[in-house]
Design a protein around this ligand. Structure first.
Ligand SMILES: [Zn+2]
Length: 283
């Protein structure tokens, strides 16, 4: 039973073993904002239990940092527990969840031995119903909560939550602490370093940055991760610029993280570099 820990004034984080994912609460005199809802209705019900044990009040709104199911599939359970809560996300995240949810359900349907399969398949996916394109300020009464889309990175629709009075930034999976950042088939590796520059611009040397997975970090950690993701992007750019074909790029490059994690990063990077691809014979 994870406990919510107060990492800054009226900002609590609980870290769950399945996916080592964080769920964060932002308190205000208009209730609690829950940021990310875990990966199934059953998993979210555990979160609701932990939240009630904390005794900090009722949830009045949901934010999804991006579409991935370990951050969104608990939406239904929060609505069941607290009523018709608004669910706020970036407009692209809402579209991506609508497109991607069935694939996730299929992935679990194909893995009946996974202990979470029944829970995932029993979950009704509830899409965000309040979306924005660049930035949104939520007036929570005695504090303002800023939602910012800093650009594409881990997905096409990541947002970060900034609570200025507490100097906290909730970074979603643009930052990971307990594993390397995840470059999936929906990632934007060439944009990601610049996106993190925007995130860094929202921080101070004293900021607490809550990653999507793992322990809270500071600005220096984010700077270092930004630079390492920058190495990935520069390596892809270099390989493409030297004319290394896509099917040799992964083996040719030197990567800061295990090669087997970098396949989608290379594929996505090549797709995003206009001069890298489709070197068709001229005759
Ligand atoms: Zn993710």
């Amino acid at each position: 039973m994870p406990d919510f820990t107060e990492v800054a004034e009226r900002v609590w984080v609980a870290r769950y073993e399945w996916f080592d994912v964080n769920v964060t609460l932002v308190g205000s005199d208009r209730g609690l904002l829950v940021v990310d809802t875990h990966g199934s209705s059953a998993a979210a019900l555990e979160v609701v239990d932990d939240l009630r044990r904390l005794g900090a009040g009722e949830v009045t709104a949901i934010v999804n940092t991006h579409w991935h199911f370990d951050h969104t599939f608990g939406n239904e359970a929060f609505r069941a527990a607290y009523g018709a809560l608004p669910i706020v996300a970036h407009e692209t995240a809402a579209e991506e969840l609508e497109r991607g949810a069935e694939e996730i359900r299929q992935r679990y349907a194909d893995e009946p031995a996974d202990p979470h399969t029944a829970d995932v398949l029993a979950t009704e996916v509830v899409l965000p119903d309040r979306t924005f394109s660049s930035a949104l300020v939520l007036d929570a009464g005695d504090r303002l909560v800023e939602l910012v889309h800093p650009g594409r990175g881990h997905t096409g629709g990541d947002l970060v939550v900034r609570v200025p009075d507490a100097d906290v930034v909730l970074a979603g999976d643009l930052v990971e602490e307990s594993a390397p950042p995840w470059f999936g088939a929906d990632s934007w590796p060439m944009d990601w370093p610049l996106t993190l520059d925007v995130v860094l611009g929202l921080t101070t040397p004293a900021s607490v940055v809550v990653p999507g997975h793992g322990a809270p970090v500071d600005r220096a950690f984010v700077e270092e991760q930004r630079n390492t993701i920058g190495v990935v992007a520069e390596t892809i750019r270099d390989l493409a610029g030297r004319g290394v074909p896509l099917d040799q790029a992964l083996d040719t490059g030197e990567w800061p993280w295990p090669r087997e994690r970098m396949g989608d990063a290379v594929r996505r990077g090549y797709e995003q570099l206009p001069r890298s691809q489709k070197r068709l014979p001229l005759i």
